[in-house]
Design a protein around this ligand. Structure first.
Ligand code: GLY
Length: 313
């Protein structure tokens, strides 16, 4: 068990900027969900993080949309939003789905209607920098005739152009344990850059992109969300721990599941997990250009540490 009643926070490489806010939420006596939400909100507002929130990458039509979710390991309650446009903090809307509705996942117009009803902060999510990256990518990858017809035309023909590590996936993941020993998980992403409009990744899918259960631990995934959706990775990691595996054994078993997938776009996945004592394990299915660093605060005097994920053999 960690120091200070077992409190801890783990965030993936994109989440470093939110670690202090998450730590502070726990030190104030907040719940694990408060920590996860506080940390992710910082990342969502930081335009230098180009895979999450404002400043994130648009879809093939140049529209920024966000996916996010939270899960409470004490109760199994969860809330999520997908394809949310025009609001700064998808994670807070996701949390309010959990708190106020009899539902788990809202998407598109329904999610935006709900965000308006609860007074969520509206924002222009597309920045000049993100638009410039989008335009450059479109110029380099999409024939001029196809570009000239947008938003009409057959986008399926160009959907495969963005299948590489620099564009496919990108998420922030936070896992925490609060002073009561309650575990929480949260995710947020602006999704795969230049994706087909309407594409949801794993981040808002409970059991794929995240899962938390006080009895065993929690898990959150980054990179290619189609793969963790197909393999139900986050839930699998927690189930492997339920079956008696250590957190590392559970992650490595989930890597084997991911490696057994055939067909579709198969790229890297990084699995972030904790057991119920807060012991972390972060494993990548292979070398990645970005995403091997992660951040850990174990509740004690050591402070926030930057650590390196293991690459599964
Ligand atoms: N893992 C984030 C996504 O696939 O959108």
């Amino acid at each position: 068990m960690n120091e200070r009643q077992g409190m801890m926070v783990l965030a993936n490489c994109e989440g470093g900027g939110g670690m202090k806010a998450a730590q502070a939420a726990l030190e104030r006596g907040g719940a694990g969900l408060d920590a996860v939400e506080a940390g992710i909100r910082v990342v969502e507002a930081d335009t230098s993080v180009v895979t999450v929130g404002r400043g994130g990458a648009p879809d093939l039509l140049g529209v920024v949309s966000c996916d996010a979710a939270v899960m409470d390991g004490a109760t199994g309650r969860a809330g999520a939003v997908g394809n949310l446009r025009g609001f700064l903090h998808a994670v807070s809307v996701a949390r309010q789905v959990m708190e106020r509705l009899p539902h788990v996942l809202l998407v598109s117009e329904g999610a935006e209607r709900f965000a308006g009803e609860i007074g969520a902060e509206p924002a222009e999510m597309l920045t000049d920098e993100a638009w410039a990256r989008y335009e450059q990518w479109m110029r380099e990858r999409v024939p001029v005739g196809v570009r000239a017809r947008l938003p009409e035309g057959d986008l399926a023909k160009i959907a495969w152009e963005s299948c590489n590590e620099m564009t496919a996936g990108g998420t922030t993941v936070f896992l925490s344990i609060d002073g009561n020993g309650d575990i929480a998980a949260g995710t947020s992403t602006s999704g795969w850059a230049q994706r087909y409009p309407g594409r949801l990744g794993d981040s808002p899918i409970i059991g794929a992109g995240l899962y938390a259960d006080n009895r065993y631990g929690a898990c959150g995934c980054t990179h290619v969300g189609e793969m963790t959706t197909r393999a139900c990775t986050a839930r699998s990691v927690v189930l492997y721990m339920k079956a008696g595996a250590s957190v590392r054994e559970a992650c490595l078993e989930a890597v084997r599941d991911l490696r057994s997938l055939k067909g579709g776009y198969l790229g890297p996945v990084v699995i972030h997990a904790i057991d119920r004592q807060g012991s972390p394990c972060v494993v990548s299915t292979g070398p990645v250009v970005k995403g091997l660093d992660y951040f850990y605060w174990g509740g004690g005097a050591v402070g926030i540490e930057m650590r390196r994920a293991e690459i599964a053999a």
